[in-house]
Design a protein around this ligand. Sequence first.
Ligand code: ADP
Length: 659
Amino acid sequence: MPPGWRRWSLWLLLAALVLAMLAILVYLAGRYEASQVQSRLERDTAEALGDIRSGLARNIQSLQALQASRPSAANWTEAAADLLREHREFMRIEWRDPNLRVLASADTPYRVALFSLNGRESAQTDVGLACATARRFSGPAYSTSYFVPRADGLGLEVIELCIPQMTAGHVSSYLVATYALQEILSDLISKQVARSQEISFTEADGTRLALHGAARRGTRMFTAQQLLDLPGNTLVLRLDSWHSAPSLFPDVMSALVTVLSIGLVTVLLMLARDTRRRLAAEHDLADALAFRKAMEDSLVTGLRARDLQGRITYVNPAFCQMVGFGADELLGQSNPAPYWPPELAGEYEQRQAIRLAGNMPPREGFESVFMRKDGTLFPVLVIEAPLINAQGVQTGWMSAFLDMSEQRRIEELSRASQDRLQATARLATVGEMASLLSHELNQPLAAISSYATGSLNLLRHGGASADLGMALGRIAEQAERAGKVIKSVHDFVRRREHVREAVSVRSLLDAIMPLVTLQARKLGVRVLIELEPGLPEVLCDRTMVEQVLLNLARNGMQSMDRPDLRERVLRIEARHLGAGEQGGWLELRVGDQGPGISAEIADRLFTPFFTTKPEGMGLGLSLCRTVIEQHGGKLGFEAGHPGGTIFNFTLPLQKNSPG
Ligand code: ADP
């Protein structure tokens, strides 16, 4: 069962108990009131009974007084009439002889004579029975009640009282008085009793004989009855009291209880409402706490709170993980903190003292070094802020920690890879140099080798020493060239500022001619050189441009190395292009009669290492283009006529050169 429900069920139980208690209180108050009414009624009944008894006893004395002076009939009648006037309860008084014959009688002046309708004889039996009883008791006796109908149709319930007059032990006469029961009720009982309740005589079975008193009011009836024992007759005196029912506010006590109950229920309701609000607030608070906890637990940032004395009051799981200590090992710890490296503890303590003195830390945080539980050190970024409570008072410091070791590792890695990259770049340069060297040195070495073979032949067959000297001179020339090539390639690859010099096209061609003719002879190619007369000098890196010419010439000659070709001519031309913005340009063209260059090959012509030849390296054209572009010129090619290919490139003229 959720705690909310348990609390509500307790409240419901309390409410039920209070309601039950109030209901019982109201019920008991009602009961108490009823019992009060009942006992008052019982008291009234007893009082009424007493009234009747004493009234009847007094009447007997008054009646006996009639006979006291042994009156004559006339006197008696007069005295009786007086008595009748005084006592409305008497209907008739008779003086009868021992045989019950009427000697004298008097009727009440307040009513029509009682026996005018049926005659006195109708009641003779009742009178006889009463007097017989009286004689037996030797004292007054009453008859049972009987109904006397009257002319007005109402009639009366009456009883007879018979008092025997004894003379020398014998009954000398009887006094018979007829009582109207209703008049007994109205005259003998005190008026107070009759005012608020209904008084009646009933028979034992409840049949009502006579009635007197207030008309019924209210709906709830209280009844009390007591027996009126008379010699010869027993009557039941009954008092009925009517009250409005149910009387919820019978008296002050009940009213008080009710007011208290209302107050209690109101307080209960208010408490219930308060509890409901409290529950809602608790629920919200629990939600907020759960949210905060989830947030703290999911953080990778370590969090730590310290009070103003520097004791740790809070750490989140990320912080514990970072330093390797459990929360229970950290909470409540003061200086030096367990995660401080012992050698730095002094410095940190000083830093903390400054902080606790109220100095704000830098907003962007500061770097520090912490120690894990296993003793390893690691860098952290610490960001501190004052901890302010709900009342706006600073209660401590909140710090956030970022473990910087991973970042440091990445930085280290990137530095290492940077170094590696540089080394790789250097290696690539070396590679490029090696490739170019092997490419460019091929020709001088091949030339040296072939001159050397020639020289050996001359030596072996005793050739002219002049020829031998020339061959050896060529070898030396080519060896020197190889040296220059090595230097130029080295400079080229290192992208050094190249040494530019003014050279004539003729001298460039002269420098490469021995190599070109050597290869031309081998391939059966005729080399034609057509130079425009009066060409100005060009400004260039001599060796590299010579290599360009050499490469283009060699490519052209190789393209014509086909058995079906009868005439193989390599045409090298040079012409002046005229002055441009930055001075004039000179164009050099190397044309062959080979198969030409297909569109497919043309696309990849200048890509390094692209070659169609079995021993080719595919570096020649890419080197040529780079060299020419470094001079500010352009290298291109076009189809020759009738066939073949013409490679052309431009070189800048020396500004001050003539022409
Ligand atoms: P390599 O000569 O080592 O193959 P190059 O860069 O000098 O490298 O030439 C690349 C390719 O271009 C050659 O393999 C060849 O197919 C083509 N090529 C170059 N010059 C000519 C030319 N004059 N005629 C036809 N094809 C040529």
